[in-house]
Each structure stands twice: as structure tokens, then as C-alpha cells.
Design a protein around this ligand. Structure first.
Ligand code: ZN
Length: 366
């Protein structure tokens, strides 16, 4: 792994904030699972504060926000909420905060409408579209029942989609926000979510990277049944190529793990990680395989049904980019499963079996 530089060794205590650049404060909110936290940021303006990302839709998180409002904002209000993307750990408290202060929510259009579409249970798995998707990936039909049971449990851990604010203000790539006399540019990436907004302040040399660039964990890049032929890893790799044009000496403030220096090193590492995963899959597919059969190439341990869903989504994302690059082909067999086979005549020259990155422990669930 590349050596990145981490100016702070610890996260701020819940309910407190830490100034990480002039007018930029860092706080964390709790999450379940191995990740256990999300980083959120406050930007100071003349009349109040902007909140960047909001935490899971759980009562404990709302209570922690009240502590922050009371002790950390100098008696001034929140005047805007920016959500980098539509995942529940980012938008979970957006309704609570915008109702509390009657302030606007800012998001990109694709993120806002996807959040609206999936809130209220719009993303359920009891339909033929999802069944076809998972059976083609190599799963037995009974897996869908198990997945549905898992999905019904999600609201208790805050991972279901929350109610969203009734309206929003649109952010687009290239927009510039004036906050407290500083200009923040909206930099859009894609792949982890459809139209993810990062915020870049050239004067402060700070990038709020959301889940688009994380220093330690690898963001989930998945194909989902709602768009079974999607190619999100292509979007992800192209976004990383574009983000490499950012200045190398930025302080990156990510949504998970710790703030860091070394944006280009990390982007290159992520690009080569996915290239390595694709080559490992390609080598494996000399013998035709289903997406399910490829999971041990990517993940080291047994997966529960929800992890399995995320892991399959990631495997299929790699397969779709390989198909797009004409390195593998796909065939629908009589058993209803897709099988993937390597077709690039250059594979023997490029391959290096037994020299790949070790499989990941499990898929990322955010
Ligand atoms: Zn996310």
C-alpha cells in the first residue's frame, strides 16, 4: 500500500468538532458494522454554517446533531445542507436538519432523484427483475427470499433509505459556491453512485471527497438489478483519471477513514487495484464461470446474504468492464446462468497468475 500522510491520528469525539482548515470543521457520526463511523464536515459562512453529509437516519444521530448545534456553532444556524451522494449514511439526516432550520438541501440531480426513488421501500427485491438478475449471476432462486428477509431488517440498523426533503437545489459539475468568502468548486465523479459531488477549494487546497476517494477502504462499485446492464466501473475508472488532474498537495477530507495527503498516489493505487482484479478474473475465466463462482477471486471469506449481494454487484461491475474492453464474452446457458469466458488472445502474455493482490476480506457495505 502507498504511504499516505495522515495529519490527525484520531477521529473527533462524537458531538464535538475539530477545525481542519480555516472555516472547515470535521465531525463524526456513528455507524454499525466494521466501519463504525462516517465523517461529516461544517463550512463556516457569514450568517451560519453549511453541513456536508449528514449521517444515518437513526434517533441517536439526530440527538448528536442537537449537541453539535448547541455547542459547536457559536449560536448560529445551519443555512444549507450539501449531500455528496444518495447513500443513507450521507442523506440520512438531511430531512431532519433541513426541517429543523428550514434551510435548503443541495445535491446533484441524479443523486437527489435516486434517493427519492428508493426512499419508502422503492428498492425491494421481490420481483422478476431482481430474480432474473440474481439467477443469471449464478444464484439459486431461494436466495431472493433470504435477501428479502435481510432487506426487511435494514431499517433497524439505519441502512434503509430515509424520507428525503421535499425539494432541493441542484448542483452540477463546475458550479462554484461562495461560502464564507471562499470559492468551492463542485467536482462530479461517478461509479460508486451516479453523480457524486466532491467539493474543492483551490485557495485552501482542500477536497471534500465524500465516498469518491477514500484512503483505506475501497468504495463499493456495483451493478444492481435496477440497471442490470450498467457499467459503473467504467465510470469509476474514468472519474479517477479526471481526478488525477487535481493538484497533488491537497488535504483530502473523506467520508470514511482519516483525512490525508496523497490524492494522486491513492487514485493510482485504486486504479491499479481494479486493473489487478480484472486481470485475476480474466485468468480465472479461461474456464467459463458465473459471477458467483468468481467471488473467491475477489473475496476471502464466507459472505452473508447482504454481503453476497454487494459482492455479486462488484464482481458483475468488473465483468461488465471486461466485456466492454472485449476481454471476455458472456453466454446465457440453459440453466439460466450467465457464464463468462476470456477471449483476448493477448491474455497469455499479460497474465501473471499467483501474483495478484490478496482477495479482500469482504465487500464494502457503504
Ligand atoms: Zn456511499
Amino acid at each position: 500500500m502507498t504511504d499516505l500522510e495522515y495529519p490527525w491520528a484520531e477521529h473527533p469525539e462524537p458531538g464535538t468538532t475539530l477545525e481542519v482548515a480555516p472555516g472547515v470543521r470535521w465531525l463524526t457520526m456513528p455507524m454499525g458494522g466494521s466501519l463504525n463511523h462516517i465523517n461529516l464536515y461544517l463550512l463556516e459562512d457569514r450568517d451560519g454554517w453549511w453541513v456536508v453529509d449528514t449521517g444515518l437516519p437513526l434517533p441517536d444521530v439526530s440527538a448528536l446533531w442537537e449537541t453539535v448545534f448547541e455547542r459547536e456553532l457559536g449560536g448560529r444556524p445551519v443555512i444549507g445542507v450539501i449531500c455528496t451522494h444518495m447513500h443513507p449514511d450521507h442523506v440520512g439526516q438531511s430531512h431532519y436538519i433541513t426541517e429543523r432550520f428550514h434551510c435548503p438541501l443541495y445535491m446533484t440531480r441524479a443523486e437527489y432523484y435516486q434517493a427519492r426513488a428508493f426512499s419508502g421501500g422503492g428498492n425491494n427485491y421481490g420481483n422478476w427483475v431482481a430474480r432474473d438478475f440474481y439467477v443469471r449471476a449464478g444464484m439459486p432462486a431461494a436466495y431472493l427470499d433470504e435477501l428479502r428477509r435481510q432487506w426487511e431488517k435494514r431499517s433497524s440498523d439505519g441502512m434503509s433509505m430515509p424520507q428525503m426533503p421535499a425539494g432541493y437545489q441542484r448542483l452540477e459539475h463546475g458550479d462554484v459556491l461562495d461560502i464564507g468568502g471562499q470559492t468551492w468548486q463542485v467536482v462530479v465523479g461517478s461509479g460508486h453512485s451516479p453523480e457524486h459531488a466532491c467539493l474543492y477549494c483551490p485557495a485552501l487546497k482542500v477536497l471534500l471527497s465524500g465516498d469518491q476517494i477514500l484512503p483505506i477502504i475501497t468504495s463499493n462499485v456495483s451493478v444492481h438489478p435496477t440497471e442490470p446492464e450498467a457499467n459503473p466501473l467504467k465510470d469509476w475508472m474514468e472519474s479517477h483519471d479526471r481526478l488525477l488532474k487535481l493538484p497533488p498537495d491537497l488535504l483530502v477530507l473523506p467520508a470514511h477513514n482519516l483525512p490525508f495527503y496523497g490524492v494522486r498516489e491513492r487514485l493510482r493505487e485504486l486504479i491499479s487495484h481494479h486493473e489487478d482484479r480484472m486481470l485475476a478474473i480474466e485468468e480465472h475465466c479461461v474456464t467459463p464461470a458465473t459471477a458467483k463462482e468468481l467471488l473467491p477471486v475477489l473475496f476471502a471469506r464466507e459472505l452473508d446474504p447482504r454481503q453476497m449481494m454487494m459482492a455479486l454487484g462488484e464482481a458483475i461491475a468488473h465483468l461488465h468492464l471486461l466485456m466492454h474492453k472485449n476481454r471476455i464474452e458472456r453466454r446465457l446457458d440453459e440453466d439460466g446462468h450467465y457464464r463468462f469466458r476470456s477471449i483476448d488472445p493477448d491474455l497469455a502474455r499479460r497474465s501473471h497468475p499467483d501474483r495478484h493482490d490478496a482477495p479482500s476480506d469482504g465487500p464494502m457495505l457503504v
